[in-house]
Design a protein around this ligand. Structure first.
Ligand code: ME8
Length: 516
C-alpha cells in the first residue's frame, strides 16, 4: 500500500469572484499534490468554498439576491477557475453541503461532550469583515472617528447570547505542541508570531451567533448558528469522511499540510488544533502560511485589462507560464509581486530560451540526422553520464524542498539541470560531430533527449500540460512518467521512432500596445 498524503487549500469566500491570491494558493497546492502523486503517494487534494457567515449575507443583500444564489453562482466561478488552472483536486467541498453539516455538528458535539463548550453572553468589538471579536486594547479610534480592529477593518459594539469554546484551557497544550513539534507551523516567522500570540494569553472564543441564520445550526439550540470559522475549519474533516471513521477516505486524516495565506494562520494554528484536541481528533501535521502576491506592474493592467482575474492572466501569458512564474519567482512563504515584465522575463528566459530551445534544437537534429529515431547511446562517455546523473540527483533536492513547501527551491534545482544541459549541449557541439564522429553525435543527442525526458518528468507537477507535451515528443508512455521512471530503467530505447518535433514554449512577444 502506498503512503498517503492529504493536502488542502483554504476554502475561499465566494462573496466575489476568484482573484490572483486564490489562484496562487491553488496552483501551489496543485504542484505539491502532483509532486507527491508522481512520487508514488496516494494523494487526497482538497479545495472548496466557505459559504456561510455574515459577509455572504451582506453581499447577497447588496446585490438583492438570495444568499444561496450568490453562493451557487460564485462557487461555480471557483470551480471554473480550478478547471482552467489545471488543478488536480480530488474533491471540491462546499460548506453548504449536507455532508458538511453532519461533520460540523459532530465536531461540535464532541467538543461539548468534552466540557469545552458553555453558554454565555458576549459583548465586544466586532469586525463584520473579519467576523471576529477583538479586545478593546486591540482596537483604535482613528482620526475619522471610526474604531478599527488589528486587521484595519472597522469594528462595532455587539452584544449577543453566545456559546463559548474554552480556548483558554488550551494555551499550555498549544505551546507544548509548537515546542515539541516545530514543523507544525511554517515558515518560521509565522511560527514565532503564533507562539507569541498564544503566550500573551488566550481568551475563550465565542463560537455561535444569533443575529443571523445563514450558517450551520448549533445542535440542540437551533436559534444559534455556528461561528463561521468552526464550520469552515471542519471542512478538512468533512472531505475525509468525518464523522464516519469507516469511510474510505478516513485513512487520509490527519492532513499532511494545510496550505493557507498568512492572514489566516491564527485560525489554523491556534483555534483548529484546539478544537481537534478537544474533540479527540488527531492534529494535522503542518500549517503553512504563505505570503501574499501583489500586482505592481502598471503596464500589465493596460495590456490584460483586468489584472486580478487569474483566468485572464493564464490566457494572456499561457497557463504553464503563469504557474511557472508564480512557483519559481516568489519564494513560497514570502510576499511577492507580479508584473508584466517579471512574468515575461522569467518565462522567456527559463521556459522559452533554456528548456524550450534545448528541446527544439536537439529534437530537430534527431529528426534530421537520425531519421526521427532515438539515436544510439553506444558511444556514451562519462561526461554524458554525469549530466544524466545530475538530472536524477535533482529529485532528492526537489523532494526535500517540496517536503518543506519550497516550490521555488524545487524548481531552481530542476532548472539548474536545464542550464547545465544547455552548457553540455553547446560544449559537445553535436553539429560538428556529425562529420567527424557520427557515433559520438548520436550519443550526445541521445543523452540530451534522455536528460530532457528526466527534466520533463521532474517538471510535470509544476507545468503539467507543457511537460506532458515534451514527453509526448519523446514518445514516453503515459504510465511511464512518474519519478520511479527517472534514471536508467525508464530510459529512451534506441531506434524507437519519434513524432515530428514541435515547439512547446513559445516566446512571449510584446504586442505593439505593450511596447508603446
Ligand atoms: O480567508 N495573495 O477566504 P478568502 C495570496 N474563507 N493569497 C491570498 C491573497 C493574496 N493577495 N488574498 C487572499 C478565507 N489570499 C476563508 C478561509 S479556511 C478554513 C477559510 C488567500 O477567500 C488567503 O490567505 O478570503 C486564504 O488562504 C485564501 O486566499 C482564501 O481567502
Amino acid at each position: 500500500m502506498s503512503e498517503k498524503y492529504y493536502i488542502t487549500t483554504a476554502i475561499s469566500y465566494p462573496n466575489g469572484k476568484p482573484h490572483i491570491g486564490h489562484a496562487y494558493e491553488l496552483i501551489a497546492c496543485d504542484a505539491m499534490a502532483r509532486f507527491q502523486r508522481k512520487d508514488g503517494k496516494d494523494v487526497l487534494f482538497l479545495t472548496g468554498t466557505d459559504e456561510h457567515g455574515i459577509k455572504m449575507l451582506q453581499t447577497a443583500r447588496k446585490e438583492g439576491i438570495p444568499v444561496r444564489d450568490l453562493a451557487d453562482r460564485n462557487a461555480a466561478e471557483f470551480q471554473r477557475m480550478a478547471a482552467s488552472l489545471n488543478a488536480s483536486n480530488d474533491d471540491f467541498i462546499r460548506t453548504t453541503e449536507e455532508r458538511h453539516k453532519i461533520a460540523s455538528q459532530a465536531i461540535w458535539k464532541a467538543m461539548e461532550a468534552n466540557g469545552d463548550i458553555y453558554k454565555g453572553g458576549y459583548a465586544g468589538w466586532y469586525s463584520v469583515r473579519d467576523e471576529a471579536y477583538y479586545g478593546e486594547e486591540e482596537t483604535e479610534v482613528r482620526p475619522d472617528n471610526v474604531r478599527y480592529g488589528p486587521q484595519g477593518t472597522p469594528v462595532e459594539w455587539v452584544e449577543e447570547e453566545s456559546y463559548f469554546f474554552r480556548l483558554s484551557a488550551y494555551q499550555d497544550k498549544l505551546l507544548a505542541l509548537y515546542e515539541s513539534n516545530p514543523a507544525f507551523i511554517a515558515p518560521t516567522e509565522r511560527r514565532n508570531e503564533i507562539t507569541s500570540f498564544v503566550r500573551s494569553g488566550l481568551k475563550d472564543l465565542s463560537i455561535s451567533r444569533t443575529t443571523f441564520d445563514w450558517g450551520i445550526p448549533v445542535p440542540g439550540d437551533e436559534k444559534h448558528v455556528m461561528y463561521v470559522w468552526v464550520d469552515a475549519l471542519t471542512n478538512y474533516l468533512t472531505a475525509a469522511g468525518f464523522p464516519d471513521v469507516n469511510a474510505s477516505r478516513w485513512k487520509y486524516w490527519p492532513a499532511d499540510a494545510h496550505v493557507i495565506g498568512k492572514d489566516i494562520t491564527r485560525f489554523h494554528a491556534v483555534y483548529w488544533p484546539a478544537f481537534l484536541m478537544s474533540a479527540g481528533i488527531q492534529l494535522p501535521k503542518r500549517v503553512f502560511g504563505h505570503g501574499f502576491v501583489f500586482n505592481r506592474g502598471e503596464k500589465m493592467s493596460k495590456s490584460v485589462g483586468n489584472v486580478i482575474d487569474p483566468m485572464a492572466l493564464a490566457e494572456h501569458y499561457g497557463l504553464d507560464q503563469l504557474r511557472y512564474f508564480l512557483l519559481r519567482e516568489v519564494p513560497f512563504g514570502q510576499d511577492g509581486n507580479y508584473s508584466h515584465e517579471a512574468i515575461v522575463n522569467r518565462t522567456n528566459a527559463d521556459l522559452a530560451n533554456d528548456l524550450g530551445n534545448l528541446a527544439q534544437r536537439s529534437l530537430s537534429m534527431i529528426a534530421k540526422n537520425c531519421e526521427g529515431r532515438v539515436p544510439s547511446p553506444d558511444a556514451m562517455n562519462d561526461t554524458d553520464r554525469a549530466i544524466l546523473a545530475q538530472a536524477d540527483a535533482a529529485l532528492a533536492t526537489a523532494r526535500e524542498a517540496m517536503a518543506g513547501q519550497a516550490t521555488h527551491h524545487a524548481l531552481a534545482a530542476i532548472f539548474a539541470v536545464v542550464s547545465d544541459a544547455n552548457r553540455y549541449f553547446a560544449a559537445q557541439e553535436p553539429w560538428a560531430l556529425k562529420k567527424t564522429d557520427p557515433a559520438r553525435m548520436e550519443a550526445v543527442l541521445y543523452t540530451t533527449a534522455e536528460v530532457i525526458r528526466r527534466i520533463a518528468i521532474l517538471c510535470t507537477p509544476f507545468i503539467p500540460a507543457s511537460a506532458d507535451k515534451l514527453l509526448d515528443q519523446l514518445d514516453v508512455p503515459a504510465d511511464k512518467r512518474s519519478f520511479a521512471d527517472l534514471g536508467d530503467p525508464g530510459a529512451l530505447k534506441a531506434g524507437a521512432s519519434l513524432p515530428a518535433p514541435q515547439g512547446v514554449f513559445p516566446r512571449y512577444v510584446e504586442s505593439e500596445t505593450e511596447q508603446a
